[in-house]
Design a protein around this ligand. Sequence first.
Ligand code: ADP
Length: 492
Amino acid sequence: MATSTVLPVRKDLIFNTYLYTVGIIGALLVLWGISQVPLYRPFLPFVLLTALGVVAAFATSTIEIRDSGITYQVGSVAVLAGLAVTGLESAFVIAAVFNFVVWYIKPQSGANWRRSWSQLAFNNGMHAISTLMASIPFVVTLSIVGEYTTWTALLPWLPAAFIYEQVNLWLLICVLRLQHGPEIDVLKLWREDQWATQMGILVLAIGSAALSYGIYQYDLVAAVIFFLPVLMSAYAFRLYIKQTQGYLENLEETVKVRTADLADLNTQKDAYLAVLTHDMMTPLSSIRYCTEMIQDDPTISLEGKQLSELVLRSERTLFTLVQNILDIERIATGQDLIQAKEDHELNQLTKTTLELMEPEADVKELVLSVELTKQPTMVSVDAAKVERVLQNLTSNAIKYTPMGGQINVRTWVTDAFVMVEVSDTGYGIDAEAIRTIFERANRASEIRDKAIGTGLGLAISRSLVEAHGGTLSAESEVGKGSTFTIALPKQG
Ligand code: ADP
């Protein structure tokens, strides 16, 4: 099996010189062959082999697989058989006729007509040169084998077919190399084609041997019968490829339909989740309201107070989870994340959040320290959203820092931004994981089991900060701790 490329028009001098050289050599060899036609003896087998070449071209032609094409060696079988039966010059003519028919029946538009002409010339030259080279080992082996018997009938064909295939292949590889430059790994390309080449050599050697043997030993009809199995198997292969291509096209269509179905189901699931989480807000608010009332009861026992605090903490965790799911839905559907911005004092926002987080930090005996700007720092923000970001960062710091660790929250001002930093002395995040922690549902694998989480908090926090025109970044070292920094644009 030999591949034939669709050659693009190239202005490159070396490439064009190569194409024209191969084309011209081919044309000269064919012209020489044609000039000898009247001298062909016997003449009828030549006509028969040419006719078989034409039939082979129609039966197998070229199959396009992506941007390369496959032709079968069936046409070449007739060419090499011609070499033995009516001589080298006749083989050039049979090859030229075969090439022409393959080229002619291949669909072509006006736009690639010129390109097709150069392709015809090149393919013709390629087969003529391969035939010429194959004739050398053929003649040499034949002279070594001596007497022509049934058993020696195959021998000269093997080296001839081998050389024919290899010359063909290398002439083509050179085209690709000149077309695409050094990015083409010539040896890799050669190796990749080996399975097909070996098959091609066998088909070519056995087919040509059988055909010429048939012509020598029997009459022309018998020769045709010898040729038929080769032709039929190539035709079957062609049908198989066509069927596979059809199957692949169907498969692509099926994948498209299934993907659309999945996207649809995903939207339905998101909508369902949004309704579900929204409905959870009301009972959660009731739990909080009732627990706070219990806590306010002056007659409550110490144990009752501790239990109610636990209920409140669990409620807050659930509430944050529900809020996160709703926000992710908002981000996915492109809704506004922040409502009206108002002027707020940053240190006050920070303190309010930290007060809320203190009980959680106490449970793990963490030291929660704060360093705030001396002067009040005004920012124009959606306060509830900034508090959520701070709450998320502090809650993470608490979750991912072992008992007895330290958490520090700092605010300061630069030329263009007001900054808030939450740092901890916790487990830290490795360099690989830190690249993706701001992505939705991404959790660092090593510390996944250290705390409950959904991996949504940081993705939402970053979106919330960005919706304010700011940035949220992270730095971390495994075993030492992490620092998350919010930068919000200064007012005015
Ligand atoms: P969650 O905490 O619910 O898993 P987040 O989006 O808030 O989701 O965090 C994403 C991941 O980033 C966490 O699962 C954790 O692996 C890592 N992470 C976040 N904050 C810290 C921190 N302070 N220390 C160590 N790892 C952290």
